[in-house]
Design a protein around this ligand. Structure first.
Ligand SMILES: [Zn+2]
Length: 425
């Protein structure tokens, strides 16, 4: 839910500002000068700071103009989520690393479809005592001011439940839901293009694995996914879609839904792993993962847990579990999907072996949420370890990207060729 000034007033304000900006821009152009930044129409969050103590902590965001925002809390772990639409985040580097009072630190970035999100990580249960936009006055720019006070878990949880109810009531009733029952197996003519969905992991507020050098998984996997998309499209055989094409977070469930809604024949989630500490130099290479409730080993289980944390990092509220009947239906459809996923994963691994370093035990399985589409064969490709210096060099090389993307595209060709060969006439 968004609070602050009512919609109409904001829109009017914005359009007047916009008209003035356009007029000023035109006048300045006539004068042979560029339009200064002050006339840019998008609001900018320029800075943020914390104040107060362990009983009452204030979080202030300095804005270039009034914005609409939403605020709520989440448990496990305790967090305060602030969403702002149509804002450009332009905080000085390093903001949010240090905490104060009840806040241990804060993170920020894009989250679809909310816009910009700031997550305050808090030590203990808190209540949002005040949250409002202070308009510009006395030469001070507008500010979003949030005041948090300490509370106990019971009060926190009951407030959160009330919040959830209110949000559910505000949600439009006819919102389209992902089909709970698997859609029938799609029959495609031999000439129809296969649909491949590539899913660059993480993004926006969730950087994924981060190397000491500052290299981020979200950047590495997006660059690779774009190269792979182009390679696949160049063959003329595939329609290729990315779950994200910019630095923005999408929930794991939305990624899965995207694959299903687009009628994907194959879903490839692209990631890069990290092992911090002393083992960073030792552990190297790519790996291919498929979905299984029972993990192949402890390491795969830990990796899935880490990748599944993505939604928690991005402040996404996890949906309640679906009912048993749905699960049985999904399970039935998944058997075929599972076999196809395994078949592609094996093909993919042999395809990339020799083109890049692969791990000793490179085919593993575990409970990755992003691979849970019941009717879309899905694999998760870990490109390498960004914490390993040799892997990091490879991951940031465009020549390496081109070589490995070609190998993945060839594996996709092989997989579909085998499928066609197996089909009865
Ligand atoms: Zn990842």
């Amino acid at each position: 839910m968004f609070v602050g000034a009512p919609d109409g007033r904001l829109t009017t304000c914005r359009s007047i500002t916009f008209s003035i900006a356009v007029l000023a821009g035109v006048l300045l152009l006539f004068a042979g000068m560029g339009a200064p930044d002050a006339f840019a129409s998008e609001p900018v969050a320029k800075d943020a700071r914390l104040g107060g103590d362990a009983n009452r902590t204030r979080f202030v965001t300095v804005l270039s103009k009034n914005v609409k925002f939403g605020i709520r809390t989440l448990a496990n772990p305790y967090r305060v989520i602030i969403d702002m639409s149509d804002v450009k985040l332009n905080f000085p580097a390093g903001r949010g690393k240090k905490g104060r009072g009840l806040v241990t630190g804060y993170r920020y970035g894009r989250v679809e479809p909310y816009g910009v999100r700031i997550i305050l990580d808090v030590k203990s249960p808190v209540l949002v005592d005040k949250a409002s936009i202070w308009p510009a006055s006395n030469g001070q720019p507008p500010r979003l001011v949030v005041e948090l006070v300490k509370t106990d878990r019971r009060t926190f949880m009951s407030k959160q439940a009330a919040q959830r109810k209110k949000r559910a009531a505000a949600r439009p009733k006819n919102r389209s839901k992902a089909p709970a029952i698997p859609t029938p197996t799609r029959r495609k003519s031999a000439s129809a293009k296969r649909v491949i969905v590539i899913d660059p992991g993480h993004g926006g507020i969730d950087p994924g694995a981060v190397a000491k050098s500052g290299l981020k998984e979200k950047e590495v996997v997006l660059a690779f996914s774009k190269t792979l998309k182009k390679k696949l499209e160049d063959s003329g055989r595939y329609k290729v879609l990315l779950t994200r094409s910019q630095d923005s977070y999408i929930s794991l469930r939305k990624r899965v839904e995207f694959g299903r809604q687009k009628g994907a024949d194959l879903f490839i989630s692209v990631h890069a792993d990290a092992i911090p500490g002393r083992n960073a130099k030792k552990v190297t290479g790519a790996g291919v993962y498929t979905l299984s409730e029972d993990a192949s080993d402890e390491e795969a289980k830990a990796l899935a847990a880490k990748e599944n944390r993505s939604d928690i990092i991005a402040g996404i509220e996890l949906p309640p579990e679906s009912n048993d009947v749905t699960n049985i239906l999904i399970d039935l459809a998944q058997r075929e999907t599972k076999n196809l996923s395994i078949s592609f994963a094996d093909t993919l691994l042999s395809g990339i072996s020799g083109k890049t370093t692969v791990r000793k035990k490179a085919r593993r399985f575990a409970g990755f949420v992003v691979l849970k589409a019941p009717d879309v064969p899905s694999v998760l490709l870990e490109l390498g370890f960004i914490t390993n210096p040799s892997d990091a060099r490879r991951l940031t090389s465009s020549a390496w990207r081109a070589k490995v993307a070609t190998a993945v595209a060839n594996a996709v060709d092989t997989y579909f060729a085998r499928q066609m060969a197996r089909k009865p006439f």
